[in-house]
Design a protein around this ligand. Structure first.
Ligand SMILES: C[S@@+](CC[C@H](N)C(=O)[O-])C[C@H]1O[C@@H](n2cnc3c(N)ncnc32)[C@H](O)[C@@H]1O
Length: 205
């Protein structure tokens, strides 16, 4: 099947990307791993012994980083619409994290234990139209924040991906009500031309 010019450009850019090459060399499943590695180097949010929920975990790059940083002493609960190949130290739950049935499967796994850290690299299916994608993204972020509010222990942390634009100021304010500190991060592995960035809330009140 003939490839469009833009998909051909994407494949070429992907193949030449420094973080794609690094991920292959280091055995990470996605270039996204390096975004979490950089945030971890700066803020030390992952520590041994933690219970971490990874929202939108597929294919598993962030979960791999989290398990490595915990030196295999801890557990990651990875939720995604898509299947994830097994990773030692990870419990995989396939489905939409907003659905009660999926939430119940997670609660059954947790057996009453609270979570130390929620990380979310989720994004909605993108249409390429900002007017449609931005509200969808903010909606996903709000659902992830609500999830974090109900799952985290006091003092817990929440890392969430966003797109700069409408609705983000209000979202940041909502995070400030819930967390002692809220920081904005734009890791080097996040492409400069992308509106993608991350918000990190630490010390859930
Ligand atoms: C950018 S990828 C995550 C990459 C991952 N952090 C890694 O390093 O491998 C975003 C993921 O969010 C998932 N996602 C989006 N909405 C979701 C939802 N409502 N419930 C569960 N997963 C969702 C998508 O299926 C997709 O796999």
């Amino acid at each position: 099947m003939a490839r469009s010019k833009s998909s051909g450009n994407w494949v070429r850019e992907h193949e030449e990307d420094k973080y794609v090459k690094l991920a292959r060399k280091d055995g990470y499943r996605s270039r996204a791993s390096y975004k979490l590695i950089e945030i971890q180097e700066r803020y030390k949010i992952i520590r041994p012994g933690m219970r971490i929920v990874d929202l939108g975990a597929a294919p598993g790059g962030w979960s791999q980083v989290a398990i490595k940083e915990m030196r295999s002493n801890g557990r990651v609960y990875g939720l995604d619409l898509l299947p994830i190949k097994p990773i030692n130290g990870m419990t995989r739950i396939q489905g939409d994290f907003t659905e009660n049935e999926v939430l119940q499967r997670l609660l059954d796994e947790l057996k009453g234990q609270k979570i130390d850290l929620v990380i979310s690299d989720m994004a909605p299916n993108l249409s390429g139209m900002k007017e449609i994608d931005q509200p969808r993204m903010v909606c996903l972020m709000e659902l992830a924040l609500e999830f974090a509010g109900s799952m985290l222990k006091q003092g817990g942390s929440f890392l969430v991906k966003g797109f700069q634009g409408e609705g983000i100021d209000n979202f940041r304010q909502a995070m400030k009500l819930m967390f002692a500190t809220v920081k904005t991060c734009k890791p080097k592995a996040s492409r400069a031309r992308s509106r993608e960035f991350y918000l990190l809330g630490c010390g859930m009140k």
